[in-house]
Design a protein around this ligand. Structure first.
Ligand SMILES: [Zn+2]
Length: 205
């Protein structure tokens, strides 16, 4: 029998019982920043905190509809989650505008093919191009990777560049559909049947 000693150095709990973790980038900040002073507490590109929860909620809704157990989290949380896949939703910002696009980050090279599947799926619709995988430190060393123990990978999805007017205009009416596309991809990643979103869902909020 293990005896747990309460102490400030006790690692955060490992939470089990979910298939997928979905976090909305920057959601809950700046309020949550005080609890995690070691983090940079980046608030995201202008408008990003409004968009990431819409996509994360839509993906969560679809996955739950098909029996996938999702833990839906904001940007900052204390525990570590043992899940099959973890997805962190973001949009990029760039100077100069329109020098970036979509991209994918992941901590382990073995997840490259799963990222390639996402790029193939999304690239059929998103015509503004992808930056190389893990091209930024924010993608390579995302803080959330440390709080996900996954069997099928942890991924940061940058879904496009909000500072680029053409990309922003394309993305704005597609946020719900984007969530459903993410849900379809996650279904593929964890071996669960989630239908492909055939039509554009909903409008920008
Ligand atoms: Zn972001």
């Amino acid at each position: 029998m293990m005896v747990a000693l309460a102490s400030v150095s006790t690692p955060a709990a490992i939470v089990r019982g979910y298939d997928v973790l979905i976090s909305a980038g920057h959601e809950g900040r700046p309020e949550s920043c005080a609890r995690f002073p070691e983090r940079h507490c980046y608030l995201g590109t202008a408008g990003e905190r409004e968009w990431t929860p819409i996509v994360a909620d839509a993906a969560t809704h679809v996955l739950r509809e098909y029996g996938v157990r999702v833990v839906r989290l904001p940007a900052d949380y204390a525990d570590t989650y043992a899940v099959r896949a973890a997805v962190f939703i973001h949009f990029d910002g760039a100077i100069p505008a329109c020098s970036s696009g979509a991209s994918v980050g992941y901590p382990s090279a073995k997840d490259r093919l799963t990222a390639a599947l996402w790029k193939r799926l999304y690239g059929r619709f998103f015509r503004f191009g992808f930056r190389p995988d893990n091209f930024s430190i924010g993608l390579r060393e995302y803080y959330g990777y440390d709080q996900a123990r996954t069997t099928n990978g942890a991924y940061v999805l940058e879904l496009g560049e909000m500072t680029c007017p053409a990309q922003r205009a394309w993305l704005a009416p597609r946020l719900h559909w984007l969530g459903a596309l993410v849900a379809y991809w996650i279904g593929r990643v964890i071996g669960r049947d989630v239908p492909f979103p055939r039509r554009r869902l909903g409008a920008a909020q």
